[in-house]
Design a protein around this ligand. Sequence first.
Ligand code: COA
Length: 152
Amino acid sequence: MEPGWTIREIPPGEREPFLPLLILADPDETVVRKYWEEGSMWALFVKGVPVCEALVIPGEGDACELKNLATRERDWGRGYARALLGYVFKACSAYWKTMYVGTSDSGRAFYSGFGFISSHVVKNFFIDNYAEPIMENGVRCIDMFYLRKELD
Ligand SMILES: CC(C)(COP(=O)(O)OP(=O)(O)OC[C@H]1O[C@@H](n2cnc3c(N)ncnc32)[C@H](O)[C@@H]1OP(=O)(O)O)[C@@H](O)C(=O)NCCC(=O)NCCS
């Protein structure tokens, strides 16, 4: 990681410049625009430039959902998502007990590295909610896999 990075909460109404980052995690802009003014968003900046963002929306009861997480492609593998998520878990633990995240089959390994465990599956989610097929590593995403993490 570059020295001098900072994390800042981004209020609704100031999120438009972050759209290119959000689209990395969720390629359908129409879908992103349905949820991105909801909940809380944080971004990690290096020398004033946003390199990573995380968006969390309220869930049911004492749960929230990590709805979007992305790092600028040229900065993948530098620890920015880990740094941002560490901050976000702490911030969210003041309000929520449990965090859910929904991901494609291939995203499950990433989140298990952050202490998330399998919760439930929503069959055909990517077919029912997206106009175009969503592909990851050449494989079409079909079901949404939800994982959960207790925030402490
Ligand atoms: C997934 C993503 C957010 C990771 O961001 P990043 O800043 O590169 O992540 P970090 O460098 O902080 O890596 C955090 C950990 O995840 C691991 N990791 C990264 N990508 C992974 C993957 N695809 N599968 C499994 N583990 C992965 C890293 O090895 C690292 O582990 P470590 O801390 O034990 O060494 C980034 O690749 C991205 O924006 N992808 C496109 C958007 C997306 O798919 N978002 C949804 C996530 S499933």
